[in-house]
Design a protein around this ligand. Sequence first.
Ligand code: PHE
Length: 350
Amino acid sequence: MYKDKIEEIKKELQEVFKNINNLNELENIKVEYMGKNGKISLLNQMIKDIPNEEKREFGILVNELRSLFSEEYDTAKNNFEEQELNQKLASEKIDITLPGRKIKRGSLHPMTRITEEFEDIFVSMGYTVYEGPEIESDENCFQKLNLPKGHPARDAQDSFYLDGEYENYLLRSQTSTAQVRAMEECTAKGPLRIVCPGKVYRRDEDATHSHQFMQIEGLVIDENISMADLKGTLELFCKKILGEKTNVRFRPSYFPFTEPSVEVDVSCFKCNGKGCSLCKQTGWIEVLGAGMVHPNVLEMSGYDSKKYQGFAFGTGMDRFAMFKYGIPDIRTIYGNDIRFLKQFDRKDEE
Ligand code: PHE
């Protein structure tokens, strides 16, 4: 009788395992047959009705049934797990041959670019880059540069003053202010060789003048410095930044903080000096102001003008950027239009 029961369960199991669809169902089947009240577990209750001599065989058959269940169970479990893994692998597959997402990259602003060009040239000549603040005292911007209050040469640069208790401060109108700072900071009152790039402000506004623009100032102080040093330095600089073919000429000029003073012209790089609209048919373009540092300026910042001489120069970097990169209107430099700025990508130089 028990043999029939065991046989029945065996047959039933074959059907049951054929029809299982997933791990969940498999676990339910396990409970149904092997759980505490499962069909196979309950077989043990029959043992009390079985004659002693058959108990052993009954035990063997029940154990066989258990083994059979376990085998089927393990096989099914493995199959389902493998299936699940394969599905997961298929759904999470990554196509590593797809092109990557492009990284959006900005480009250097033309003024950053030109500033770096200037700095590179002067650093290669042994200069250090020195920066001063954009809000400056009247003293540093004018008085210590030999422009006392009421000096007529202030007119061109008398621009943006602060209010109230800061009325003696203004947005600096020239980077020459940094000269004063560097000389005052130099406690040894000895040699200096610096370039000072930075923003300056004046009340100008047209296609070639902006109320904000960028200058770079140069200052060299040492013993036995002469006009020849100034000339040699600026000639070399102009050739380096505008090309070897550039001719340079010096014209006498006036600045309150230099004596003698010069204005520096370069041969027009568009027409090579023949005359065109850029150079207003003259063949020359004015690019720098310069001169020998006025003894008053040296003395006011604590230098012994008998022992030390110096030369200084200053120029607008915007103009160089306009020449070099072909920018017709200075205002576009400060307009923050991304279409304009994108044109200065350095792709070509990488
Ligand atoms: N600071 C002068 C200007 O802005 C330029 C300059 C600098 C001239 C140094 C001579 C020496 O016009």
